[in-house]
Design a protein. Structure first.
Length: 403
């Protein structure tokens, strides 16, 4: 059968037009779905600050006040292009993550995820929460604020019948259970510091700072446990009043592109020195200096033995009997004895470890009352303690690396 060149050309033209339409449709479809997927992926920001309020049994109302104060900071000062996410446990079995969003001078809480019966104290669950933070608010850097009760370095109580006795007095609370934890009154809601460190490391995160708004968390042994997952720790070496950190005064420095740690401490001091219960201590720990401190302490411990008769003269930083938390600088001064050169070398290093610190004239303990502060390095240790709660002290990584 004869087919003219004209018919062939027409046939080719129609096929070309069909293929062109198909390719055009495919191209537009790819662009559409790519655009949709792009909308679902949050924009990467400079810093995400994660405010973590796990279940604590009796501090939830204070957390609501803290969140309100943070919102006021964001409303007036912004977040310098960053994001603020809040994890709030409203009961032992319910929690949610929300972002505080500000537009046209008005803040709102954009709920990102709800949690049912989260196991706050396990590394796997905390890791999954932190991974949610990374997914919802990817950033160049991260910071973490933790509101809770606290007990420094001690391990969470194995006996579930033991509980933290929160003795409210003058607006403060006592954190008195043998547990290295942050969290609630009962051991099932208390998280070991090593668990927190493991969770952060498992996510591949490294915090600009971790701020603890809880009792006794400016602990040398606890800081050493966290040194590989955060640049700085902001915490109190003594008990913290139940209202916690004055976020409205400190917030603009916390959310700054480069946090102003000196201004953070000053804002804390200005608030608590004029508070109705004028008791407060705060310190900033540079975790990058802790390995050098450990090497120096190993040298000091190799040449000096502690004179237990000096124990009663050292600065106590708690309300326990026997004392559980001593001022670290005062302890090393007693340890070095008359060796002024040794203590001078230590003083230089501890000033690098704790570059910023403030305190009122006294601190308050719900079980002991008002305690004057005569010596203050901003960080505590339990090494000389004879309290039974410190019986596992030689199992801490700090002890192992310095003896």
């Amino acid at each position: 059968m004869f087919v003219s060149y004209y018919n062939i050309l027409c046939l080719c033209k129609r096929k070309y037009q069909s293929l062109a339409k198909a390719f055009c449709f495919l191209f537009l479809s790819v662009c559409f779905f790519a655009a949709c997927n792009g909308d679902d992926k949050p924009e990467r920001v400079e810093r995400t600050t994660f405010v973590y309020f796990p279940w604590t049994n009796n501090l939830t109302n204070y957390f609501y006040d803290n969140i309100f104060d943070i919102e006021q900071v964001i409303k007036t000062s912004g977040t310098n292009g960053g994001k603020v996410l809040v994890f709030l446990a409203t009961s032992a079995t319910e929690a949610q993550i929300f972002e505080i969003v500000c537009k046209d001078g008005t803040t709102r809480r954009s709920v990102l995820k709800t949690y049912t019966n989260p196991q706050y104290t396990t590394q796997s669950v905390i890791t999954s929460i932190l991974n949610d933070v990374k997914r919802f608010a990817p950033a160049e850097s991260y910071a973490m604020i933790i509101g809770s009760h606290g007990m420094g370095w001690l391990p969470a109580a194995a006996d579930k019948s033991q509980e933290l006795n929160a003795a409210h007095s003058r607006g403060g609370y006592d954190c008195s259970a043998d547990s290295r934890f942050f969290g609630g009154l009962y051991p099932e809601y208390q998280t070991d510091i090593s668990t927190l460190a493991g969770s952060i490391a498992a996510c591949g995160l490294f915090m600009e700072y971790i701020l603890f708004s809880g009792c006794y968390m400016s602990s040398l042994e606890a800081a050493y446990e966290l040194r590989n997952v955060t640049k700085h720790i902001i915490a109190s070496p003594t008990e913290v009043m139940a209202i916690g950190m004055p976020y409205r005064e400190m917030g603009k420095y916390l959310f700054a592109e480069n946090p102003d740690y000196g201004a953070i401490c000053k804002a804390f001091y200005d608030f608590y020195s004029s508070y109705e219960d004028p008791f407060g201590t705060l310190a900033v720990i540079d975790c990058g200096e802790l390995d050098s401190l450990a090497a120096l302490m190993k040298k000091i411990n190799g040449h000096h033995r502690f004179d237990s008769t000096q124990q009663g003269n050292m600065q106590r930083m708690d309300g326990y009997n026997p004392v559980l938390f001593y001022d670290y600088g005062d302890y090393v001064k007693a340890l070095c004895g008359q060796n002024d050169d040794c203590f001078a070398q230590f003083t230089q290093q501890i000033n690098r470890v704790v570059p910023y610190k403030v305190h009122t004239e006294s601190f308050y303990s719900a079980t002991y009352g008002v305690v004057p502060i005569k010596n203050y390095s901003g960080i505590t240790t339990s090494e000389p303690s004879t309290n039974s709660k410190a019986q596992t002290y030689n199992q801490t990584q700090w002890y192992k690396d310095t003896h």
